[in-house]
Design a binder for this molecule. Structure first.
Ligand code: HEC
Ligand code: HEC
Length: 220
């Protein structure tokens, strides 16, 4: 219970830190500003390449924060930094609105074909356990607290949606939080969590998340 309380307090602090981004943007303008992005992120924000994150449906504030972080090198990725530097500050709000308005389509569960049925089942079972309950032994917080029961996330607080995201991207970005290549999470919220996770647990929770279907999409 104390553990749960700590998480709640911690979440509140993180959430407050994330709400400062304005959200009034014009998706139509945003579309015209993302032509250079389509090659990798797809024409509707649904990328086909497992290393390129799908952006469709992500909260505008999350998209805007990431682009700003790439610009300032708070998040490091050579390719994305170049593209981010090419974006005008004034267009960010429209780009965010554009991606948020797009509907996420199911991603291919690549790599999964390399696993036997037994391996898949045990991966998804472990993933669900860690996602829904956390790990009382290591102190890992349950993902649903912030990313939502269906992977929808607390979008009003600009927390990224994990449902239907490429598992390969989820694994790589979680590992980057762990090895400190990615350090742009406010209050070290994600770093604290992945520090207590093994590579196997990261893989399991990433696969489980990628199978979730956001209920927010159904409302569009
Ligand atoms: C050459 C391929 C490529 C192009 C073109 C590209 N991106 Fe990216 N983008 C990536 C990759 C790869 C990542 C993941 C980077 C990482 O792992 O840190 C990414 C990450 C992102 C993220 C963070 C997503 C998340 O879930 O955290 C946003 C937002 C983004 N790109 C927006 C854009 C926008 C806007 C443009 C056009 C101006 C663009 N990208 C052009 C490859 C590309
Ligand atoms: C206390 C709230 C909280 C909890 C609990 C939490 N997260 Fe996060 N997560 C965040 C926030 C906030 C971000 C955005 C960080 C940033 O600004 O880059 C994030 C980012 C992520 C990202 C990057 C998404 C992207 O598109 O790049 C992944 C993947 C992720 N979390 C997975 C998980 C998993 C798996 C768990 C459970 C093991 C978990 N999170 C638990 C708050 C949380």
């Amino acid at each position: 219970m104390v553990f749960f309380k700590k998480i709640c307090l911690f979440s509140a602090a993180v959430l407050l830190a994330n709400v400062s981004v304005a959200t009034e943007g014009d998706a139509k303008i945003g579309k015209t500003k993302t032509l250079a992005c389509m090659g990798c992120h797809g024409p509707t924000g649904n990328s086909f390449v497992p290393n390129f994150p799908a952006l469709a449906g992500q909260p505008a504030g999350y998209i805007i924060k990431q682009i700003k972080d790439f610009k300032s090198a708070g998040r490091k990725n050579a390719t994305m930094t170049n593209f981010a530097l090419g974006i005008n500050e004034a267009d960010l709000i429209h780009i965010g609105a554009y991606y948020e308005s797009q509907v996420k389509t199911p991603v291919m569960k690549n790599i999964m074909h390399l696993k036997t049925d037994e391996e898949k089942t045990s991966l998804l079972t472990l993933g669900k356990k860690l996602y829904d309950n956390g790990n009382p032994v290591t102190g890992q917080a349950a993902c649903f607290v912030c990313h939502g029961k269906n992977g929808d996330s607390l979008v009003d607080f600009n927390i990224p949606i994990l449902a239907n995201q490429h598992p390969q991207y989820l694994i790589s970005t979680l590992k980057e939080f762990k090895n400190r290549k990615r350090t742009n999470d406010n209050e070290r919220v994600m770093r604290r969590i992945v520090d207590s996770m093994s590579d196997g647990e990261i893989e399991a929770v990433a696969y489980y998340s990628s199978y979730l279907v956001s209920t927010l999409e159904e409302k569009k």
